[in-house]
Structures are given as structure tokens and as C-alpha cells.
Design a protein around this ligand. Sequence first.
Ligand SMILES: [Mn+2]
Length: 454
Amino acid sequence: MRELGKDLIIVDKDPQKVETLREEAYEAIVGDISEIETLRGLKTKKLSGVLIVSSDNEANKQALRNVKKHFRPSLYCVARASDVINLQEMEEIGADFVFMPSRIVSKSLTRSLERAESVRIGNQLSQWFTKNTGKTLAVVVHDNPDPDAISGALALKLMAENYGLSPTILYNGEIGHQENKAFVNLLGINLEHMEGRDISEFDEIALVDCAVAGSNNMLSEGTHIGVVIDHHPVGDAEIDADFIDIRPNVGASATIMTKYLQELNIDISSEIATALLYGIRTDTLDFKRNTDPNDLSAASFLYPMADHEVLDQLERPSMSIETLDVLGQAIKNRQVVGSYLLSNVGNIRDRDALPQAADYLLNLEGIFTSIVFGVSDDVIYISGRSNDIRVNLGTILKKAFGEGSAGGHSTAAGAQIALGVFSDIKDRQTLLKLVDEAVVKKFLKAVGVEEVDE
Ligand SMILES: [Mn+2]
């Protein structure tokens, strides 16, 4: 109470207790709180609240009734109950807040345990780094890395440097989407493509935002890993690693890494805070998807350190000319069949423009599923979006174009089909027409819609 800056008057039946309290400089009086006389004595004081906290439920209830009857109704009343039944009764009598000591103890115990657990794994990770000081470390992210993977790797790199290792972030595939490219450029993030690098030149390997060697990363299956940090459920995949921290309840690997930086007291630059915050926000769709209180607490820790001008810029990425062209083609070439929209954008260089175009076309009135496709040198790329709850786009694309070449979720999916023999066709126009027919037919057949004759 003293911390709240309020004066406290204590009433207790036991004169000895009252004596002790007075010695400790508290204002204390002897009295039975269930008796109205005791309360009368308090009425002269300007009370802002009453705490009824004896261990006797009956006395507490009587005191509560008296307070409700004889004091102003706005007086704030807190009461203590030993069980749920008494808690309910006290609430009915009019207590503003009733607490059960056993619950408070168990809550604070849970918190202490969580705290202890976080200290324990923080120590384990720090021990791993200490043991490997002086070594080179490959920090490997999943293929076509997103901001969560990249920022998580950045944090792990920082940590490794703090422990005297020489880390390099490695990725495979491409950094797609304008937003992700802008993210890497604006924050000056240094990561190297795996092409031409030999993983065996590194002493140790860490995996961030993916957990299984050979699955969505360029490592060979069964590679021994030093540290694994991830938040995707791995099922019963076997992982050969010294240190594994996979938290499927958490919304982002960046959240896990933020907790480690906090735990191990590592100084965070504004760039890293910005990257991690952006990673958490994009992976949780601004805390709307797969999110956990830990994501929010990590974000609130990073927020004051982050560069909000950069974050603003990341939210409004400029569209490349190529993306704009593809979008233009997609709008022009659209074919609408019922609530399905299909569009052939022809030859493409940047296939990342396809999902963006598919996203955009979903805004058209009456369209619930959009499919945009184009042809690069020898591959047809198909990208689809759907907000039709009856449609599982991933399944449909697999059905239309084969298990091996399609994948994705119910709302966002894609497929890649090798042109094979078709790529020899010299006449590009003929080729595009063939592709168009094939893709549209296969898709409509898979969704069970007859193509309308034009
Ligand atoms: Mn992630």
C-alpha cells in the first residue's frame, strides 16, 4: 500500500498483532471487522477503499455487507475468499474485486517457472556459443527467406559475434517480393547467396526459421546442426542438433531471438530492432495470425528502439516497373468464369509479380479466386489467391497440375510446370496460346466448372 502512496489503517482482532504493526509504524486498531461498531469508528476517516482480507470467510462477508450498507456506494471494496463459492458470494454482496490467495500464489509460481525456464535456455545457448568461440558459423535461413527468417538470422549473427564467432548469413533461392527486397536494402542487411559457397567451409551451422536439414533449405538431409531456432511445428521429423529451440506457439522466430537478446543482455542496434519488429509484424500479420503474448511483449521491447521512418517506408513499398507491367497485363488479359478469374500475363522475368497481381485481382467485384500465370524461359509459373471458404486452392492446384509441381495453403498457392518439349517451340505466340489453353482447362476441370464458349 505504501508503494501506492496511500495511508493504510489496519483493523485486527488480535491485540498482539496490532501492537506489532504499530511498532512497524502502521496505523492499527483492535476490532472485529464483522461488527458494525468497528466500522463506525472508521467512518470519520476519509476512506478511498476497504480491503477485507481476514482468513475467515464468514467475517469477511459480514464486513462486506456492513460496508455496503453503511458507507457510500462508490467506496472500493476488495475481499479475500478461500474458495470459489465464497468468492461468488462476496461478488454478489458487492465486492469490486475478490481474490483467492491460492490462485495468486499459483499465478506467481507459473511466472517464476517461465522466468526460470527462459534463464535456463538462455544459459544453454550462451554455453554453446562460448564453447564454439573463434569458429566460423553459417547461419542458414529457409529458401526464399522472408523478413522473419532474415531478422532472426541477423539477431543470431549478432549474438554469435558477441561470443567471438565469425558468422555469415546464407540463403538459397531468392529474396522475393518488393517488400522483402526493400527490407534488405533499406536496412543494409548483409546476406550471401549459397550458390558457389561450400557449406563444409564452415565449422558450425545454425538454422533459423526452419528446423530440418534438407527441408526448405539447401543443406543435405541429416546434416548435423549446432543451433536450431524455429517456430514451425516439425511433427516427428528427426533433428540432429546440439541445441534446439522450437516454439510452435510463438508467432515468429524473431520473437524467440528477441527474447534471447534480452535474456543475454546483448545491445541491439536500431537496424536490428527495426528488422526484428518488422519480422514479428509480417509473420503474425500485425498480430492477427498465430500470435502469442510473447510476440507482443517482444514487439513492445523493440518498439522504442526501432526506426519508424524505415518501417513506414517498408509498409509502402514502391512497385517496380516490371510488376506494374505484369499487373497491367493481368488486368487486360483476364478471363472470368463465374467467381474465378484467370489471367495469362505472357512472358515474365520476375515471377514475384504474379502473386502480387493475383492478390490485386482478388479485389475485383464478384471474384473470389484469382489465378495469374506466365512463362519464363522453360517454366510456367502459376500463382493463385482465394477468399472463397469453399475452396482449398492448394489442393485444387495439386489436383490440376500434379502433386509435385503445386503447393500452398487454402487461400494462397502456386504451381510450376516445366515446359519440357514445348520449350522448343520457336513461335513464342503459339507457345503462349498453348500454355493458356492448357492451364485454363486444367484449372477449370479441377474446380469442376465448364468453360464457357466465347
Ligand atoms: Mn517465421
